[in-house]
Write a protein that binds this ligand. Structure first.
Ligand SMILES: [Zn+2]
Length: 261
């Protein structure tokens, strides 16, 4: 049995296909799901979805690329979802595409840092783990976490694609790392070294669907049913029996999110 530790299901809820998508996942032995809401509209969808489906837990957070003018209004609503959510996330920093002007860049990155830090404070206040989105911003993300004195044992870097050195730094601090379909891509040698540096008791697996479908479905719409391709790939790379790997990642997911389901 596998748990998809990070998936975005809202499109299938909106188009009434969620039952079909979940059934396809069960057919591939993926039985549990952590759905990740990246803005207020999705937090509502997941709170309702999880109340109807025991197999689904959910996270709520304001994604750095979803910060709009109303971000304060959205953040004010966040605590209302926390009693049923398993984590705050995904939150963090995305500096992949910065605006061109220097002052626009400063304002853009500053706003992301403010929203990130506010959500870390909420996580501390409500004693919840956080799921981190980090793109081209590793050092700043770590600095904000350290500045907030956030406990790294309650930090999960999702869709981790950092170097082995970055992984070792996070692991030594106590963090968990989650790997997505990217690890199956042909040009993924660096990330494969990172996986080898990640011990079995800190690995989670995810689809991050509908994005990042693993090989042999690269470029297509990803779904939770494709998770075994990523899991098998990592197990083979680490020369671990697939069943043992599934049990370990299931246990890690339940430990990190502090819930059994
Ligand atoms: Zn995501």
């Amino acid at each position: 049995m596998l748990i998809d530790s990070h998936c975005h299901l809202e499109d299938w809820v909106k188009t009434d296909q969620i039952e079909k998508i979940l059934a396809e996942a069960y057919g591939q032995d993926v039985h549990k799901f952590v759905a990740v809401g990246t803005q207020l509209e999705d937090w509502k969808i997941y709170a309702s979805l999880a109340s109807r489906h025991k197999c689904i837990r959910f996270c709520v957070g304001l994604h750095p690329l979803n910060i709009k003018d109303d971000f304060e209004v959205q953040l004010e609503q966040l605590p209302a979802f926390l009693s049923n959510a398993v984590a705050i996330g995904e939150i963090g920093l995305d500096f992949h595409q910065l605006p061109s002007g220097k002052s626009e860049q400063v304002a853009y990155t500053k706003q992301q840092i403010v929203v990130f830090e506010k959500q870390l404070r909420l996580a501390q206040k409500y004693n919840m783990p956080v799921v981190i989105h980090c793109r081209d911003a590793f050092e700043v993300v770590c600095e904000v976490l350290k500045y907030a004195r956030f406990d790294f044992h309650s930090v999960l870097f999702h869709c981790f694609t950092g170097t082995a050195q970055e992984a070792e730094y996070l692991l030594a601090a106590g963090a968990f790392l989650s790997y997505a379909g990217v690890v199956t891509f042909k040009n993924a040698q660096a990330i494969q070294r990172t996986i080898l540096a990640t011990p079995l008791d800190r690995i989670l697996v995810e689809t991050d669907c509908p994005y990042l479908a693993p090989v042999p479905y690269r470029g297509k719409t990803n779904t939770p049913a494709l998770l075994p391709y990523t899991a098998r790939h990592i197990a083979a790379l680490k020369q671990i029996d697939f069943q043992t790997f599934c049990e370990a990642t299931t246990q890690n997911t339940q430990i990190f999110f502090r819930t059994r389901w």
